[in-house]
Ligand binder design. Structure first.
Ligand code: MN
Length: 189
């Protein structure tokens, strides 16, 4: 399942984890990496069956249900990646700096009444999930557009929706270390 992730990386050069299956906790986790690579983007990752299913969101998630955010499906990452923060060396895949912008647990909203596993819904191209992060809370919907890798990430209309917040802009720091991208770059060089 991680062959694509591993095939893109040279683990003697990058500090990123190679990935071993890890037993998951009762509640699946999500993590959003802020990743300053050739283009700044936010990697949304959801734990599904022992791996982190991932999307790159160029503008990051919104708390406003009226804003649709493009999300490009990327290769699955190992669960240990949820703890990764640091510098991916130049010349390596995804070179740049990554911090843990938000993390917590999530639940599949549909499973609650219909017991449809999220992996099956992802394959179908539409699902809704509730995140309990430090910055983000509430329901989000991910919907694939056509047959390709492009999806749309939209905040659902619920009590956590807030058109006045803009956490991508106002809360730039790591929830793990409190550091900004710049601070990680200076401290690890
Ligand atoms: Mn990335």
């Amino acid at each position: 399942m991680l062959w694509e992730y591993r095939s893109k990386r040279n683990f003697t050069h990058t500090p990123e984890p190679k990935g071993r299956r890890r037993r998951s906790a009762k509640q699946p986790i999500f993590v959003i990496h802020k990743h300053s690579a050739s283009n700044l983007h936010y990697d949304l990752r959801l734990e599904v069956k022992g791996i982190l299913v991932s999307w790159a969101v160029p503008k990051g998630p919104s708390t406003n249900p009226k804003e649709k955010r493009l999300a490009i499906r990327t290769e699955g990452h190992p669960l240990e990646y949820a703890d990764f923060e640091g510098i991916i060396p130049e010349g390596e895949y995804g070179a740049g700096t990554a911090l843990i912008w938000d993390t917590g647990t999530y639940r599949n909203l549909k499973e609650e009444d219909e017991h449809v596993p999220i992996a099956q819904e992802i394959n179908k191209g539409h699902f809704t999930f509730w995140v309990e992060g430090k910055k983000l809370k509430g329901g989000y919907a991910l919907t694939r557009m056509g047959k390709g890798k492009q999806w749309l990430l939209v905040k659902m209309q619920d009590e956590e929706a807030d058109a006045h917040r803009n956490p991508v802009k106002t809360e730039p720091k790591s929830v793990l270390s409190g550091r900004t991208i710049d601070e990680i770059e200076t401290s690890e060089k």
